[in-house]
Structure formats: C-alpha cells, structure tokens
Design a protein around this ligand. Structure first.
Ligand SMILES: [Zn+2]
Length: 352
C-alpha cells in the first residue's frame, strides 16, 4: 500500500486542506480497478471505518499476490466538510462557501479524460477544486463506490438505470435492503459524474457489466459500530472478489439478491406541512398502508388542534426517516417506497 497526501489550497491566505489517498497497484492487466471514497458529507462515517477495516484485508491480498486490479481508497474525502463546525454543531452537507451540497454540482464529463478539469490554481472556490480533484482520482477505475449514510435507515443503493440489474452482486455483497433507480440526472452527484462518461452507451452495451458506479448508503449515521465496520469491510471485500479485483477462493459466491427496486419517482418524500415536534408512528422497515399515520407533528402543545397527523399517500415500505425530532415547515421527514408514481415527484435528486 502506498499513502499519498492530496493538498488543497485554502481560499484565504495561510490555509489549506489535506486528505490521504491509500493506493494498491494491481498485478493483472485487465483486472477491474476500484475507487472507494467515504465521508463526502464529513460526518457519514460508516464508510470511513469500513475502509479502515478493509485495508488489512487488502494488504494481505497484496502480500499473497492476490490483489489483481488497482485499488484507490479515500477514507476521508472531504476535509472541508469534516471541519465545518459552527457553535458545536457539525454542518457537513453544504459548503459554507458555495452554499451547495457537497454531493451535487460535480463536473459531468463525456469521457474519462480529466485533463480539462480545473487544477488547484484555478480561480474558483476550494469546494469546486475538491470536486474536480476527487473526480480526477476516481475516473479510470471500473468500480467507483461513494460511501454515504442516511439519517435513520437500512443500507441501500442509488443506481443509474443502465446499471441495474448489473449491480445485484453489490447489493448482495453489502446486504442492501433496497435499490433506488435514477434516470437522466441526480443533480451532479459524485456518482453521476463517475457514470457520465458512459451515459451515451446503449443499455445493452457490454460496458455496463464491467463497471460499477454507485452511491452506497450504509444505514443511518448513528449506525457506526465495531461490528458494522467489520461487516461492511467484509461486504466490500466480497464484492471486490466477485468482480475479479481480488482473487480469494475462500470467499463463497454471492447469493442472489432480492428486495424492492424502486424508481425515484415512486419514492414518496414525506415533508412536514407544519413545524414542530415529531412523534413518528413508523420507521425504517415498516410496511404501511395508504392513509396510515406516519408521524404526528405537535405544533401547539396542550392546545386543542395543536397537532397535525401526516398519513401515507400510498401503501409501501418506509425506507428512512430523519434523526432530528424538531422540524420546520417543508422539511423532509421520511422516504416511503411506493409501488406507483408519487404525486409530488420531481426531476433530479430526492433531497436538496
Ligand atoms: Zn451523504
């Protein structure tokens, strides 16, 4: 394993950011390369600790001559987000400089040639230079996994239409409970930028069997434990073996995957009609019927009419819900996987 350190010039004199890149050289020409990054939003750490546990497994494979494809790990991909604390609260989703979600607005290229992307001397904010840098590190690997976590959630994957069902092996290896299929755009998420060079290929092109580009949601943000870290590292390893990046005869073939595969427009994003305290009646993994109460929002405690009950717009499976129990009007509360299009579906990513 080789460690290098990426240096990102700060936007004010005297500042800079650094993040390590851990890389392994493959030994077999043509074996698929893999790029795994974690913590793009700073505090979604299941992927970070999974990569920490994965490294010794990769080192063993390297020592024993079983590491065939090149592997690049970026366990803490966003030092800007990681360091964004305001009055003891961590704010990792949006950049304080550009006010843009760190997982949106990535450059979308037509090929894997990154030579036209801005360098560190470009007169643009560090957040944008970081996005270009991460893309330069990732493109050229057949496997590109961006490891995130949701609020309260089981593991699930976002997958571009052309990559399903090709990514069933990833879903099986990681124990994903659901697949969300996106079409056309995810508003420039990292995953979309890694998929963009291939987007013009026909759906039956052989390339879609070879590449694996996705956003992995490793459960909820609080589900970071020694056992999960081990299990997630083992899952990533199983996938790398299944794809031929690593050789390991001791790893059993992956079981077929089954679970809900839901297009994004079938996801009911339940939003708060009013602000207040949240009393959830349903949580991740619950099957609910249309009209069933999902959450009561207490707006005027103790007063007649002081609560609002939000019900399920259609029957389905609750995939995620938010961690915070205080909501403002209009905020996202819960993702419900429906079986027909949502009346409130909109193009692009589910959340801002
Ligand atoms: Zn995230």
């Amino acid at each position: 394993m080789k460690k290098t350190v990426e240096i990102l010039k700060g936007d004010t004199p005297g500042t800079e950011w650094r993040f390590p890149v851990l890389s392994f050289e493959g030994t077999e020409e043509g074996a698929p390369g893999a790029y795994l990054q974690a913590a793009l939003h700073g505090n979604e750490l299941a992927g970070t600790v999974a990569l920490h546990r994965l490294v010794p497994m990769l080192e063993a494979a390297e020592r024993e001559g079983r590491l065939l494809g090149r592997i690049t790990l970026v366990p803490q991909a966003n030092p800007i987000a990681t360091g964004q604390h305001v009055f003891h609260e961590h704010l990792g989703r949006f950049g304080l400089q550009t006010r843009t979600n760190f997982n949106r607005d990535f450059p979308l290229l037509a090929t894997t040639d990154t030579s036209g992307l801005p360098g560190d001397d470009a007169p643009i904010p560090a957040e944008k230079r970081l996005k270009a840098r991460l893309l330069k590190l990732a493109l050229g690997h057949e496997i590109v996994l961006d490891l995130h976590s949701d609020d309260e959630s089981p593991s699930y994957l976002y997958v571009a239409r052309q990559l399903w069902p090709h990514l069933q092996d990833l879903a099986s290896a990681l124990g994903a409970k659901a697949i969300l299929i996106w079409d056309e755009t995810s508003d420039g998420a990292f995953e979309e930028a890694a998929w963009s060079p291939y987007k013009g290929l026909p759906a039956d092109d052989e390339t879609w069997n070879r590449i694996a580009v996705t956003t992995v949601e490793f459960r909820g943000m609080m589900d970071v434990t020694p056992a999960f870290a081990e299990a997630d590292a083992a899952g990533l390893y199983r996938f790398l073996v299944a794809r031929g990046t690593i050789r390991d005869e001791s790893v059993a073939p992956l079981a077929p995957w089954s679970g809900p595969v839901t297009p994004l427009d079938h996801v009911e994003m339940i939003r708060a009609p009013v602000g207040g305290a949240l009393l959830f009646h349903a949580g991740p993994g619950d099957e609910v019927q249309a009209g069933q109460p999902l959450v009561t929002i207490v707006t005027a405690p103790g007063e007649a009419g002081g609560e609002t009950v939000v019900t399920a717009p259609q029957s389905g499976l609750v995939l995620t819900r938010r961690r915070q129990r205080l909501t403002r009007t209009g905020e996202d509360l819960l993702k419900l996987l429906g079986t027909s299009p949502s009346a409130t579906a909109r193009p692009g990513s589910l959340e801002s």
